[in-house]
Design a protein around this ligand. Structure first.
Ligand code: AGP
Length: 634
């Protein structure tokens, strides 16, 4: 989704801003822009240069190469259209009528219509359809008021004006503001949308996402909600919304930089599919390293005694993360014996179920920034606090791939899946990491509650230990198979994915992956539901991909597949190569494992097949149209 980068120091700002924006490209955007401030020789005041371009960043780069954007202070933005089409006039930065104030914004200004009408009544003309454009006009008016009172242009006056304007803005947003009259001041604001300050030597950065700071600095100050900062080449001043000074020490990021490198892969998505054995290996070494024979099943960092008293679990997530949550719920209920519900975070926040006692709330978000998930968790925290369910208000667990994200600031127990940066918009390795986190939780709870015997738990752990090498072999064997099968989808317009039980969410995930990157219409269905409606869609033009792994519903899945075959659909199976799976026209074989462990393998051929179908169509696999890597607006 939209990305912000800002810089102040003694170096040329525009190359640094472009570099930062390049590192945010993977998040998805449809236009880009930057604005700088510099002073002309013999003049006291500066001037703003603003450049914007529709489409990919390369268009902006060309523009700046042609006409330049001088200055040691600047703000940059990649925009993912919400209000107004992806056109140059809607790209950020936006400016006031004089062009002296430039603003970039991530998020949504919910009352922008009202503010716009009010400004129009005062004679302001708007040049864009965006919600953001109200901000520079409002700041301009406020600055004029302050100057009329006799105040002189300074960073503090700019800050004062922004504080006043914040009082008028409703919504969740992060903004960065520059003013031609203060060429040594940058004001940034965070309200429920991520923003992090980076501290260099005599220079400062600000970005919506950590990857934008890679290579610039490892010393960071993540901003908190309702916080603002005045950045000058001399330092950072942190304030609350009332203008009261705040103090907080920066953090130093240890570990290796998250390098965004495609290596020799054609797309990041393919690279990330290939990284899954490492994701699984890391989890096994972190959480299953115990000697299984002792019965000390770890499965995750759940030491708090309160975990003993959990009676129910609710999982809040969106998209792929919700599918991981659905597999998790199956494991938690069927393996660990604890009642578990999964919710679309976007629905939960407005229609939560009645409160249940002793409930653990889990938020699953690979980015840790998904607005709906964060808001649903916050709402649940607030709801339990106000009803004096304090202990369980705070008992929230976040499962994420980004332990420095907003989720980690909000939720006290964090399980880092450690998959490394995922650049492809379509989640692959982070999905696997989320699944493994749920296996750990289910094992842990089953062991605590003794809902499974030691032998059953030990057997599952043994299977999980073998998963990294099984995934590795699967990827090796399926690469070519999926690639050649993908050719058969050249003219396909609809695909149905079927699964049951623990593999039903994998059918949903298969359909989501395919539609996201290939734009083919796909439905994931629990196989038994087909005959209640969707079977009407089937004919020889609609391939049916059916997950069939031995277990409680194996025979049922096979007979549901037969029903599809009788309607002339091409049947593709994902399951072990055994006589029963000979009914499929094509089989993408997986090793024979228990039904419990099967989703960790059935998802791999799904990912590869979707990838090759999209790649063969020549589509932008890593940045599919209309999608963003982290969805920071509601
Ligand atoms: C996954 O392929 C999608 N890009 C999308 O559904 C994603 O899973 C969803 O937006 C949730 O993202 P999160 O895990 O960062 O919260």
């Amino acid at each position: 989704m939209c990305g912000i980068v800002a810089f102040i120091g003694s170096r040329d700002a525009s190359p640094l801003l472009l570099d930062g924006l390049r590192k945010l490209e993977y998040r998805g955007y449809d236009s880009a822009g930057l604005a700088t401030v510099t002073i002309r020789e013999n003049e006291k005041e500066g001037f703003v240069t603003c450049k914007r371009a529709k489409g990919k960043l390369v268009n902006l780069v060309e523009l700046i190469e042609q006409s330049g954007a001088p200055g040691h202070l600047g703000i940059g933005h990649t925009r993912w259209a919400t209000h107004g089409k992806p056109e140059e006039h809607n790209a950020h930065p936006h400016r006031d009528a004089s062009g002296d104030i430039a603003v970039v914004q991530n998020g949504i200004i919910e009352n922008h219509n009202y503010l716009r009408q009010d400004l129009e009544k005062q004679g302001v003309s708007f040049l864009s359809e965006t919600d953001t454009e109200v901000i520079p006009h409002l700041i301009s008016k406020e600055l004029q008021r302050l100057l009329d009172l006799g105040k002189l242009p300074s960073g503090s006056v700019l800050l004062e004006a922004v504080i006043e304007v914040m009082k008028l803005l409703e919504g969740a947003y992060a903004i960065a503001v520059i003013w031609s009259k203060t060429p040594d001041s940058l004001v940034v604001v965070k309200k429920q949308t991520p923003l992090v300050i980076g501290l260099g030597e005599g220079e400062f950065f600000c970005a919506s996402d950590m990857p934008a700071l890679t290579g610039f600095t490892r010393t960071i100050l993540p901003m908190e909600d309702d916080e603002m900062a005045l950045l000058t080449p001399l330092g950072i001043e942190l304030y609350d919304v009332n203008g009261q000074r705040k103090n907080r020490s920066p953090l130093f990021l240890s570990g290796v930089d998250q390098v965004i490198d495609k290596q020799n892969f054609r797309h990041f998505m393919l690279k990330e599919i290939h990284e899954q054995p490492d994701t699984a290996e890391l989890w096994v070494s972190r959480y299953l390293s115990n000697d299984l024979e002792t019965g000390a099943f770890l499965g995750g960092p759940y030491d708090a005694p309160i975990f003993e008293s959990i009676e129910e679990i609710q999982i809040l997530a969106c998209g792929t993360s919700r599918h991981a949550g659905m597999v998790g719920a199956y494991l938690l209920e069927q393996f660990a014996g604890i009642r578990t519900s999964v919710f679309f975070a976007s629905e939960f926040r407005y229609a939560p179920p009645p409160l249940s006692p002793n409930t653990l709330t889990i938020g699953v978000t690979q980015s840790g920034e998904t607005a709906d998930t964060l808001a649903a968790l916050a709402m649940e925290h607030q709801r339990r606090t106000s009803l004096n369910n304090i202990e369980f208000a705070s008992l929230q667990l976040g499962i994420t791939n980004c332990p420095e994200s907003s989720l980690a600031l909000q939720v006290s127990n964090i399980l880092d899946i450690g998959a490394g940066i995922e650049v492809g918009v379509a989640a692959t390795k982070t999905f696997l990491g989320q699944l493994l986190a749920f296996y750990g939780l289910a094992i842990n709870i089953a062991a605590r509650r003794k809902s499974r015997s030691r032998t059953e738990i030990r057997n599952l752990c043994r299977e999980l230990k073998a998963i990294p090498s099984q995934i590795k072999d699967l990827i090796k064997n399926h690469n070519q198979m999926a690639e050649s099968l993908a050719h058969r989808f050249a003219d396909t317009e609809d695909v149905v994915f079927l699964g049951r039980g623990i593999n039903y969410p994998i059918a949903l995930e298969g359909a989501l992956k395919l539609k996201e990157i290939s734009y083919i219409h796909a439905e994931g269905y629990p196989a038994g539901e087909m005959k209640h409606g969707p079977i009407a869609l089937l004919d020889q033009r609609v391939p049916v991909i059916s997950i069939a792994t031995p277990g409680v519903v194996f025979e049922k899945v096979l007979s549901n597949a037969q029903e599809a075959k009788a309607r002339d659909a091409t049947l593709i199976g994902i399951g072990p190569k055994i006589p029963e799976t000979e009914i499929f026209d094509f089989l993408l074989p997986i090793p024979k494992v228990s039904e419990w462990a099967s989703p960790l393998l059935t998802v791999i051929p799904m990912q590869l097949l979707s990838y090759y179908i999209a790649a063969q169509r020549g589509l932008d696999v890593d940045q599919p149209r209309n999608l963003a890597k982290s969805v920071t607006v509601e």
